[in-house]
Design a protein around this ligand. Structure first.
Ligand SMILES: C[S@@+](CC[C@H](N)C(=O)[O-])C[C@H]1O[C@@H](n2cnc3c(N)ncnc32)[C@H](O)[C@@H]1O
Length: 319
């Protein structure tokens, strides 16, 4: 069966939120399978306009769109401003980011994003990056591993898991997903690695924590929070007054960051108020954390954790 690269979450509400104008200039920061990008081009009408689609994973280029208005940018979206300067774009009408990984990442067993199959601990979204998850597991001290698991995986037992990892790696390096799963579930000496692609047996009640553990390591390895912060600052400068920004988040930490940024217009989430006590922000919030409806979750269970936030850049006269 042919692999489905990705099914975009909340496609229509996201496109509605972007309020796409014919002839406008748009940026899709997370191209992936291109579902959102294709939707943007369709709503832009038959001619005119431009769409820049970023992805740091070159695999996404296999989904390229044959349209003269479309430009692929193989880069981390933290360099949004530099790339727009390069293309001579001073302001844009809309920016979209559908954060995290695509189905393709989970389904490409050899990339080590999934705890369901044995594979080398890789987890790099950009395969030109040198550091892999195995190095992170080998090199981080126990304290910072515990912090990563707690913060990015919301694992209350992060400290215990980090301790197990550190004790086990002192006996033998943990280099594969199956070794990591065995170590966090049972502790002790890491078993010999299984051949890549071997299914990993785990009890149903162990899946949630394993998913969180893998998510936490992936976020840390790919510096996803750092990239999000830099991108939001660049987006604020690039969005024209009246322009829209739509962000789909998949875990609470990134969602909180986006929510506070839209409310306050700064990274610290510090609210500025005018003389009358009204919040002064460069953004007007349009969509406050919408979730996929039951029908969509049934059709696409991976949309369950998605949250959509949309904001408009305030037009100075609206202040
Ligand atoms: C959830 S998928 C996006 C799916 C897409 N909206 C679609 O319709 O198919 C996220 C994609 O963004 C890419 N990505 C994640 N973080 C990135 C970053 N900081 N810079 C550039 N691309 C990134 C991933 O490689 C992945 O392909």
């Amino acid at each position: 069966m042919e692999e489905v690269y990705h099914i975009p979450a909340m496609l229509e509400p996201t496109l509605d939120g972007l309020n796409i104008q014919p002839g406008g200039t748009y940026v899709d920061l997370t191209f992936g399978g291109g579902g959102h990008s294709r939707g943007i081009l369709e709503r832009m009408g038959a001619t005119g306009g431009r769409l820049f689609s970023f992805d740091q994973d070159m695999d996404a280029y296999a989904n390229r769109i044959d349209d003269p208005r479309w430009q692929f940018v193989h880069s981390n979206f933290r360099y949004l401003r530099n790339w727009m300067d390069y293309y001579g774009v001073m302001e844009v009408d809309g920016i979209l980011a559908d954060l995290g990984v695509s189905f393709h990442h989970f389904d490409s067993v050899e990339r080590g994003f999934s705890f369901r199959f044995a594979a080398p601990l890789d987890m790099r979204m950009n395969r030109q990056q040198k550091r892999r998850a195995a190095q992170l597991i080998a090199e981080e001290d126990e304290e910072s591993l515990a912090r990563v698991l707690y913060l990015y995986g919301e694992l209350k037992n992060g400290r215990r898991l980090a301790n197990r990892i550190c004790r086990s790696r002192a006996i033998r390096p943990i280099e594969t997903t199956d070794q990591l799963v065995a170590v966090v579930l049972r502790g002790g000496e890491p078993p010999m690695a299984l051949p890549t692609g071997t299914p990993i047996e785990v009890a149903p009640n162990e899946k949630k924590d394993l998913a969180r553990l893998f998510q936490a390591l992936r976020i840390e390895l790919n510096d996803e929070m750092g990239a999000l912060r830099e991108m939001l600052c660049a987006a604020r400068a690039l969005l024209r007054p009246g322009g829209r920004i739509a962000i789909l988040t998949y875990h609470s930490l990134e969602d909180r960051l986006v929510k506070n940024f839209f409310r306050s217009g700064n990274m610290e989430g510090e609210i500025e108020k005018d003389f009358y006590g009204n919040i002064v922000s460069p953004f007007r919030v349009i969509e406050k954390g919408r979730m996929a409806d039951a029908d969509e979750v049934e059709r696409n269970p991976r949309s369950r954790s998605a949250k959509l936030r949309v904001a408009a850049r305030v037009v100075p006269s609206e202040r």
